[in-house]
Design a protein. Structure first.
Length: 148
C-alpha cells in the first residue's frame, strides 16, 4: 500500500512539473509573439504616418477566428487610437489591417491612397532588416489578459 502511494506521489509531481514547464514555454512564446507583432506595427507607423513618435498597446487578444486584435494609441494621445487585425490569411503577421478614426488618426497618414503605403514585409525587404526579428509564430494557447 505504501509503495502505491509513493508511486502516485511521484507521478503527480512529474505531471505537475510537466504542466509548469509547458505553461512557461507557452508564456515565453506568447510574449515573444506579442513583442514581434508590436515591432511590425511600430515599423508600419514609422514609415506611413507623419509626426509618429511612439505607440502604446492597451490590449492584445485572440479572436474566435484564430486571429488577433490589437488595440492601442500613438504619440501619448488617446484620441489617436487604433485597432489592428492580425489574421491567419497573413500567416499571423501584421501587414496592414487597421481600423481608426478618419478625422483624427486618418489625417496622420503620409499617403491618401492606402495602396501606396508600405507594408511591414515591404519595409523589411527595402531596408534589408533581419526578417527573423519581425516574424514569429503564435503560441499554441493564447489566454487573453490585460496587456501592460
Amino acid at each position: 500500500m505504501m509503495k502505491k502511494k509513493n508511486i502516485l506521489i511521484i507521478v503527480s509531481v512529474i505531471l505537475i512539473g510537466l504542466v509548469v514547464i509547458a505553461y512557461a514555454h507557452n508564456k515565453q512564446k506568447k510574449d515573444h509573439y506579442i513583442e514581434t507583432q508590436e515591432k511590425r506595427i511600430d515599423l508600419y507607423f514609422k514609415y506611413n504616418l507623419k509626426n509618429y513618435h511612439s505607440m502604446k498597446v492597451t490590449s492584445f487578444k485572440k479572436t474566435p477566428m484564430s486571429g488577433y486584435i490589437v488595440d492601442g494609441y500613438i504619440n501619448h494621445n488617446k484620441n489617436y487610437d487604433f485597432k489592428v487585425l492580425i489574421s491567419a490569411t497573413d500567416n499571423h503577421q501584421f501587414e496592414d489591417s487597421i481600423g481608426y478614426d478618419d478625422k483624427t488618426f486618418g489625417k496622420l497618414f503620409k499617403e491618401k491612397d492606402h495602396k501606396n503605403e508600405l507594408k511591414p514585409t515591404d519595409i523589411i525587404k527595402k531596408e534589408h532588416l533581419d526578417k527573423s526579428e519581425y516574424e514569429a509564430e503564435p503560441p499554441l494557447f493564447f489566454f487573453s489578459g490585460r496587456q501592460e
